[in-house]
Write a protein of this length. Structure first.
Length: 589
């Protein structure tokens, strides 16, 4: 779900602020504990105004994952804890590891008092993979790639002969749900707690069938089953959650308020935290030194690894210089990631090497990395026919933010180490989106900052070439199409007379014949790793991406967070950029 492209270097801070009530002292975490009179407020700057429908992709739906809706299992009280029972009180797995049978709570109800049943899970999941759901809402579809449920991919892609009723999910009775997978997946329960799995929750059919897409922004129309329900919502400004009176357990907080975007103001200042006005504050990298130097602040400082590796992807161009593997390797070797993390980011980052996998989650990725080596970079560029950068086209670095110190640093490194001319273009968002699809002229090549949420290695594997390309990876590969193939692709993509399914089918033909063998072979390796579950193949798949520099990842953010000792049970969701709470009902104050 929730994929986004952004300039990370200027977007790490000022997005989550906790203002707690007067409760304090030693408390345990979880739904059945804590001071239920406490309040919790946070800033979340990724609100897009698309509503709280868990079956389509939106940033508001982040709160669906964290407590408005509850699925079969929920996160434990800390990152090392295995998932614990949610709506499912117990489950069993078949001998072949492909069939999960969940026994559901018989005392769980929606916020309107209706009972939650196995049929409600089936209804919601079939609705989520139905392509018509996201089309009607005008939003992106959910990602089914993270969960290998039978026929999910085929239904979501609109493949002929597959309907939502073919999804591998069945209600054996009112309180027994069966899910069938395409393969043995030992991480399935863990993956049900991820933000990308928000669609595996129950919905009340009689309520949802009467709703319009716009009703998902209206708290009076939304019925949910989690520990909290939506009480108020102001478009892109704020949302308020209050306890669900029909929840089977206990809600740990009396009220949760979320503030979006421009309301953050100066609330993240060091002074406000130090004075006790705030109990949690996300810092800008430039604030980190001051926080470390202050003995009072230092004890409350946490560096949470975050998601979304800052990555550079090749832009479409009439000049094919960057399609040369030696050239891409030269540009990768000419970047000093350590200097960027330590100096530019003031320690608020760590080197990254793969678009999908941060090293904090998959440390083995680093063994495939090419170390900073400007001499070798210059040698490779000369071997490719550009000694000291002579004759090389102008290089553009495009980001979706008007300022970006990391991109500026890379600009200087490439000019100094390779002798090429580099332009940095920090664009407003609308201009940036247009630039992504603009084919550069023959005297220019370029890279664009493309980022996505982190994922577990097995979940980012391709199941098929088509499911890997669509909808999320086109920006990573369009720069590898020949100029003529890209123009053919663009003609299809900009044709408003074609349906989304027609566009995808016609574009897929171009990708099949137009992508270089190195990329197609890499995806095929990933498909074999997915089908076999072989960890050696999995690592080879990601290692090839690093070594062949299909994209160049620079750093993963380390989010500096000041967190008061009054706040208990704060488990950061490291699969999202800003490390917000993983499960709101684990938090007490």
């Amino acid at each position: 779900m929730k994929k986004y492209t952004t300039a990370l270097a200027t977007g790490l801070a000022g997005v989550l602020t906790v203002v707690t009530g007067c409760g304090s002292g030693d408390v345990t975490t979880g739904a059945a504990s804590g001071n239920s009179n406490s309040t919790f407020s946070m800033f979340f700057n990724l609100g897009d105004g698309h509503g709280f429908d868990p079956d389509v992709s939106s940033w508001e739906a982040y709160l669906d994952d964290e407590g408005i809706f509850e699925g079969l299992v929920i996160p434990g009280s800390n990152a090392a804890t295995k998932p614990i029972p949610g709506i499912a009180v117990s489950w069993k797995v078949s001998a072949n590891g492909r069939v999960y049978t969940f026994n559901l709570r018989k005392n769980e109800k929606f916020s309107n008092g209706d009972p939650v049943t196995a049929q409600d899970f089936v209804y919601s999941m079939q609705r989520a993979v139905n392509p018509n759901t996201s089309v009607a809402a005008g939003e992106s579809p959910i990602s089914a790639n993270n969960l290998p449920i039978v026929n999910a991919q085929q239904i979501l892609q609109g493949i002929s002969g597959y309907t939502p009723s073919d999804l591998g999910v069945k209600a054996l009775n009112n309180y027994t749900l069966q899910i069938t997978l395409t393969r043995n997946d030992p991480t399935f329960l863990r993956d049900l707690t991820l933000p990308t799995s928000s669609w595996v929750v129950p919905l009340d059919p009689k309520v949802v069938n009467a709703m319009n897409p716009s009703d998902w922004s209206n708290p009076a129309k939304i019925v949910s089953d989690g520990p909290y329900m939506l009480s108020s919502y102001s478009l892109k400004t704020s949302a308020t959650l209050v306890p669900n009176p029909h929840y089977y357990g206990k809600s740990s907080l009396k009220k949760i308020t979320v503030y979006y975007n421009s309301t953050t103001g100066n609330d993240t200042s060091l002074a406000s935290f130090k004075s006790g006005q705030m109990q949690e504050s996300m810092l800008q990298p430039q604030d980190l030194a001051a926080a470390k130097a202050d003995s009072t602040l230092k004890k409350d400082l946490h560096m949470f690894p975050a998601s979304a590796q800052y990555t550079l992807a090749v832009l479409p161009s009439k000049n094919t210089a960057l399609q040369n593997a030696k050239v891409r390797e030269a540009f990768a070797l000419a970047i000093d990631r350590t200097a960027i993390c330590n100096s530019v980011l003031q320690g608020a980052g760590q080197p990254a090497y793969n678009y999908y996998l941060p090293t904090w989650l998959n440390p083995w990725v680093e063994k495939y990395a090419q170390s900073y080596n400007p001499a070798q970079a210059k040698k490779l560029l000369a071997q490719a026919g550009y000694p000291n950068g002579k004759g090389f086209p102008t290089v553009d670095i495009i980001v979706g933010s008007t300022t970006d110190p990391v991109a500026s640093a890379i600009q200087q490194m490439w000019q100094q180490n390779l002798g090429v001319k580099v332009n940095f273009e920090g664009l407003e968002w609308g201009q940036y989106v247009n630039a992504l699809k603009t084919q550069l002229p023959s005297d220019q090549v370029g890279f664009v900052n493309e980022s996505t949420n982190a994922n577990y290695a097995n979940l980012a594997l391709p199941q098929t070439l088509e499911s890997w390309i669509f909808p999320g990876n086109t920006a990573l590969i369009n720069g590898f199409l020949s100029p003529d193939n890209y123009q053919a692709w663009y003609k299809i993509d900009s044709n408003s007379q074609l349906s989304p399914a027609q566009k995808q089918a016609e574009e897929f033909v171009i990708y099949q014949k137009g992508l270089p063998a190195s990329i197609l072979n890499n995806v095929e390796l990933g498909i074999r790793a997915f089908q076999s579950g072989n960890q050696s193949l999995l690592q080879q798949y990601y290692g090839q991406q690093v070594q062949q520099n299909f994209f160049i990842s620079i750093y993963t953010p380390l989010q500096p967070v000041l967190l008061s000792s009054q706040v208990k049970g704060y488990q950061p969701d490291q699969m999202l950029l800003i490390d917000p709470p993983y499960w709101l009902n684990n938090i007490t104050v």
